[in-house]
Write a protein that binds this ligand. Structure first.
Ligand code: MTE
Length: 299
């Protein structure tokens, strides 16, 4: 398995070899504060991003309904300006951070990541965003903090799906602090260099590429640093089927379907399923986070 880390990989770049950086160069670059885009490539191929149409018309965003086209149909009702994120809990500088002030401080770059939904479909998405670690540094993480809890906006007058009560709104997600600080973990604010559409989680959403898509919570309004492991929405709804970690793992099936393969959206009805990769292809970068954990167990 080969992994490529590049600092300038974009859709237009045909020869990823020319951009290859080894791990040591990556670390040196990171130490020097150079912006780095990470792409774990499937085997020897470069990642072929899905179209804008695929990425913005086939979505999961239950605040707007449970159908795949509901978010594209109804998310235009969402007002994303003004927007702020409350950061509280075990931080040095708790407060309400205006989205525009955050963006003025952050280093936005392109990250082309695989995205694997727990429902066994996948896409490749060219996100624009910044590392969550940089946002957490703005607020200053206290030494006792062990987890990060995220909350989506609750505004039923604009989010028609929130009138249905099967989810205890707002949608909540969580990460262990080391996962949150990992350089692959980003806050996305754009796709294909354009402002992120409402249906994809405007104006700001989490992206954790080695975990099932439900971890990548959309339209975030609150971040809380905690000592306790947060209970995420899907775990709360169905603990026998969804856990806290939710790392992509082809060897651990969902109780109702196999996770060994996936269907890449956009390939047409008869496109062959492709193998799912351990940690969604980011094993080299993240496996060390889970040393000592029994990965054959469902988490
Ligand atoms: N975030 C919120 N607030 N509400 C949701 O319903 N769905 C999750 C995740 N984040 C969801 C959410 C699921 S199941 C997936 S697969 C991804 O968003 C889908 O992201 P996309 O529509 O941008 O592809």
């Amino acid at each position: 398995m080969a992994y490529r880390w590049t600092n300038t990989l974009t859709r237009a770049d045909a020869t990823p070899e020319a951009l290859f950086l080894n791990r040591r160069q990556l670390m040196a670059g990171a130490a020097a504060g150079i912006a780095l885009a990470g792409t774990g490539a499937r085997s020897e191929e470069a990642l072929e991003p899905n179209s804008w149409e695929d990425i913005t018309q086939y979505n999961n965003f239950y605040e707007f309904g449970t159908g795949k086209s509901d978010p594209a149909s109804y998310a235009s009702a969402l007002t994303t300006e003004p927007w702020s994120i409350e950061i509280d809990g075990l931080v040095e500088r708790p407060g309400t951070y205006d989205f525009k002030d955050i963006m003025a401080e952050m280093n936005v770059e392109e990250r082309i990541y695989r995205f694997r939904c727990v429902e066994a479909w996948s896409m490749v998405i060219p996100w624009n965003g910044f590392e969550l670690a940089d946002l957490l540094a703005m607020a200053g993480v206290q030494a006792q903090a062990k987890y990060v809890r995220f909350e989506t906006l609750y505004r039923p007058e604009e989010m028609r799906g929130q009138s249905s009560r099967f989810i205890d709104w707002p949608y909540v997600e969580g990460l262990r602090l080391d996962e949150a600080l990992h350089p692959l973990t980003i806050m996305a604010t754009g796709i294909y260099g354009r402002t992120i559409p409402n249906q994809n989680g405007a104006p700001i959403r989490l992206v954790v590429p080695w975990k099932y898509g439900f971890k990548s919570i959309k339209s975030i309004v609150k971040i809380t640093l905690t000592e306790e492991e947060p209970v995420n929405t899907w775990q709360q709804l169905q603990p026998s089927e969804y856990g806290f970690y939710a790392n992509v793992n082809p060897e651990v099936d969902h109780p109702r379907w196999s996770q060994a393969t996936e269907r890449k959206i956009g390939g047409g009805l008869f496109s062959p399923r492709i193998p799912t990769l351990m940690f969604n292809g980011y094993e080299e970068e993240v496996a060390s986070l889970y040393e000592g954990m029994d990965l054959t167990r469902f988490y």
